[in-house]
Structures are given as structure tokens and as C-alpha cells.
Design a protein around this ligand. Structure first.
Ligand code: AHR
Length: 302
């Protein structure tokens, strides 16, 4: 049973609005806070760590009851989180990990990002069934935990498949526009796309940008070039239903629900949550009713 946390003041340092998934996480967090009577102080960092650090210092100065932070990159958090610890304000990490001592945060609610990469890579290995496949990879934000871990997981999954190789890999910063731009460059340097078998994008927004670039190059995404990505946002289900994308790995935007539950139990009787609360990573393909999945998600704030 979720504990009553109404009246608590909780600061939320959000990364920005780079993707549809991020927009959904923001609106689900606001909704969860409202349902629980939490006074949520929201700060949009516009993709900059310095803004996040400033916002966290502001929350500490205001004396909030807890701080949620979705850390844009993995390093550089020790000082500010030590200040929160000193002020006895519990910090919960949402959706991304950090390289810092674990005693600087109460818990981390996130997916297993290495597993997400593995699931995407295994899908591709199975799909191409031994045929040679040159993959182009669109990485997330440089230095962010999902970019690091999703790359690692995918590489692990294809390690024993000598027919599947990553031919080119570059960051698209988790945005649709950069995904398109980088894919255009990949197509140009790969014989107009003829040498590319698949695109692996670290999120769906970059995949949607890549799909547009593939179409603009006169090729059929989903057929001439396979498309696999991560997030399960409504737009990727539209693309899967149209045969223009092939697979996605779901990342729930509801990180705040488990975070508020953990804080509630902690405040009620000092219960320490698991250090890592791991959300599910489910694979979806054309066999999984993409139109229905689109309908189920379309009003959730993506
Ligand atoms: O940290 C989660 C990632 O950040 C999502 O996969 C991506 O869409 C977002 O920008």
C-alpha cells in the first residue's frame, strides 16, 4: 500500500524535452504528484548539467523534502549530491544512472539499459538469421548512461554473430532532428544506403528521424533498411504498423510512481528501498498489435 505523502514538497530536476519519451515522463510525474497531493517543484534543465546542478542547489536552499533528478550525463554529481546529503534531503535518480558513491542517493528508478541494448541486438541477430548485416548506430547523448549502456548491450548481443557488424556509429543526441541529420550522412557514405542493412537507434525519436532520411533517399525503411530502437513511443508504433520500423524495446515513462512509493515507505518508518528499482524492458514488433499499442499510449503525454 502506498503511504500518504500529501503535503510533501519535492523538487524535480528534469533534463529537458529532447524526446517524446521525456515529455511523457514529465507529464506522468506531474500527474503522479497531483494524485498524491505532492507539491512538485519542476525545473527544466534544457539539456545542461550546469542547470541541473543549479536547480538542485536551489531545491536544497528552499528546504524541499526530497529531490528527483534525471541526470543528463553520468559524471560530475558528487559535489551537489553531497550537499543534498549534508542537508538530509533524500535524492532519487530517475531513468539514468550516475558514476558516484551509492550513499549519495536513496534509490535509482531506471531500466536495465544494458539489457535494452541486448534485447535490440538479439532481435536483429534473429531477424537476419545468418545473413550479412551492416548496422549503423545512432547513439544517445554523449556521456549519458543510456548511450553508454545501450551501446554495450547491443555489442554484447552481436558479439557471437560474425555476420552482424556495426559499420558506423555516431551520436544523434536522442533527438529526431539529429537522428535524421546523422542518418543522412550515413546514407551518403554508404553507397546511398545500399550498404546498410539496419539502423539501431538508442531511442525511438532518432529512429523516426532516420526513417524520414531513408524515405528521402528513395529507400523503404523497415524493408530495405531494418529499424530497431528503444522507448515504445506512440510514433514508433505508427511506423511499425506502416511497416516502416521493425522493433522497439519499451521504457515505461512512469519512473515517478515507484520513486514516490519508495519515499513514502522511507518517510513512514525508515524503510530503505532497493538501491536499484529496475523497470521492465519488453520487445514489441509488428506481431504485437502496433495499432492497439499506439491507441493505448496516444493520450499519455508523449
Ligand atoms: O534516459 C532515457 C532516455 O532519455 C530515453 O530513452 C530517451 O528517449 C530519453 O531522451
Amino acid at each position: 500500500m502506498a503511504q500518504d505523502i500529501s503535503g510533501k514538497v519535492i523538487g524535480f530536476s528534469q533534463i529537458g524535452s529532447e524526446s517524446g519519451w521525456r515529455a511523457a515522463e514529465t507529464s506522468v510525474t506531474r500527474q503522479q504528484a497531483e494524485e498524491r497531493g505532492v507539491d512538485l517543484k519542476f525545473a527544466d534543465a534544457q539539456q545542461k548539467q550546469e542547470n541541473q546542478i543549479k536547480a538542485i542547489r536551489g531545491f536544497i536552499a528552499q528546504g524541499v523534502d526530497a529531490i528527483l533528478v534525471a541526470p543528463v550525463v553520468a559524471t560530475g554529481w558528487e559535489d551537489v549530491l553531497s550537499e543534498a546529503k549534508e542537508a538530509e534531503i533524500p535524492v532519487v535518480l530517475l531513468d539514468r544512472g550516475i558514476d558516484a558513491p551509492e550513499d549519495l542517493y536513496l534509490t535509482s528508478v531506471a531500466s536495465d539499459q544494458v539489457l535494452e541494448g541486448r534485447v535490440a541486438g538479439q532481435w536483429l541477430v534473429d531477424e537476419v538469421a545468418g545473413e550479412d548485416c551492416n548496422v549503423v548506430e545512432l547513439q544517445g547523448t554523449v556521456g549519458s548512461s543510456p548511450a553508454i549502456n545501450r551501446k554495450q548491450g547491443f555489442e554484447e548481443a552481436i558479439a557471437d554473430a560474425s555476420n552482424v557488424t556495426i559499420a558506423q556509429s555516431q551520436t544523434g543526441d536522442f533527438t529526431r532532428s539529429k537522428g535524421k541529420e546523422v542518418m543522412e550522412a550515413f546514407l551518403k557514405s554508404s553507397n546511398g544506403g545500399a550498404d546498410i542493412c539496419a539502423v539501431y537507434a538508442h531511442n525511438d525519436d532518432m529512429a523516426v528521424g532516420a526513417i524520414q532520411a531513408i524515405k528521402d533517399a528513395g529507400l523503404a525503411p523497415g524493408e530495405d533498411i531494418l529499424v530497431v530502437s528503444i522507448d515504445a513511443v506512440p510514433d514508433i508504433f505508427t511506423a511499425i504498423a506502416a511497416g516502416e520500423a521493425n522493433a522497439t524495446v519499451e521504457l515505461t515513462p512512469n519512473m515517478a510512481g515507484p520513486a514516490f512509493d519508495a519515499l513514502g515507505a522511507y518517510w513512514a518508518d525508515g524503510t530503505m528501498p532497493e538501491k536499484f528499482i529496475i523497470t521492465e524492458s519488453k520487445l514489441y514488433t509488428a506481431a504485437d498489435d502496433p495499432q492497439g499499442e499506439y491507441e493505448r499510449r496516444k493520450d499519455l503525454g508523449y
